[in-house]
Write a protein that binds this ligand. Structure first.
Ligand SMILES: [Fe+2]
Length: 265
């Protein structure tokens, strides 16, 4: 296998580049990349030959494990739609969530390919939160509250996902057993074409849902626990979907931005 240059990100994440010039992503042993994702939570692979066809991305992801099939197929093209049925297909912000909350199986990994990155000044960064870091920084009291909280999420299925689920705020990572936060931010119907409504259960009497939303938002976006990926054409990004939450910053309307995403179960 070709030599790699690994640059740790702050406060987590890693940039992985071939040490000897452009090479094939498929030349890397998926087990090696999996270990890097386990260690760094999100790994950006840069300087590898871009897959021209979607099927190549799917074939690569299948070397990691079973690929989740959605009603649109295995590859989600993330780009702006002329008549968006879901807010992810706009140029607006995407608040934190985890993928597959409404699916039968929550995927373990997201595998992204950046077909076209926005200009550096245009925004459209993908934002990740390492929820283990968030939990580690909580006071005993707040941690106890969070461990009793359950959130019910309601979203109309306007695109490929939606429904009605209830999830513990703090859960165990299914592969590592480490505590993680599962949380999706509320989406205000005034601002998002496909709103998400939350009912929070288990808060102490003196803590309103609004105060909880504001507090958790501040903690999840703190610079000590969040990492913003600035996309470059051809980047591959692979994440630990169970450990992280992710979202996106808004980008300039009309700016190019095209990502492809595959979920590995
Ligand atoms: Fe997502």
């Amino acid at each position: 296998m070709s030599a790699l240059t690994i640059t740790p990100g702050r406060p987590f994440g890693a940039l992985v580049e071939p040490a000897d010039g452009e090479t094939e992503l498929g030349a890397l042993d998926p087990a090696v990349v999996r270990d890097l994702v386990h260690e760094h939570k999100v790994v950006a692979l840069r300087g590898f030959r871009p897959f021209a066809q979607k099927e190549e991305l799917v074939d690569y992801a299948k070397r990691w494990g079973e690929v989740l099939s959605w009603n649109f197929g295995e590859v989600l093209d993330l780009e702006v739609h002329a008549d968006p049925k879901d807010y992810v297909f706009t140029s607006g912000p995407v608040p934190y969530h985890w993928d597959g909350a409404f699916a039968a199986t929550v995927p373990s990994h997201q595998v992204f390919q950046c077909v076209k990155a926005p200009d550096l000044s245009a925004g459209g960064r993908t934002v990740f939160c390492d929820t283990g870091l968030v939990l580690a920084a909580l006071s005993e009291e707040t941690r106890r509250i969070w461990e009793t909280v359950k959130v019910t999420y309601r979203k109309e299925k306007t695109a490929h996902y939606g429904g009605h689920i209830t999830a513990d705020l703090v859960q165990s990572h299914p592969h590592t057993g480490e505590p993680v936060v599962r949380y999706a931010e509320p989406l205000d119907p005034e601002k998002f074409v496909s709103p998400l409504f939350l009912d929070v259960d288990g808060l102490p009497e003196d803590l309103t849902a609004e105060a909880f939303f504001a507090d958790i938002e501040e903690r999840l976006y703190a610079p000590e626990v969040s990492y913003q990926h600035v996309w470059a054409d051809g980047d591959y990004v692979i994440t630990d979907n169970h450990a992280l939450l992710h979202g996106r910053t808004a980008f300039t309307a009309g700016s190019a931005r095209h990502l492809r995403r595959v979920h590995v179960i």
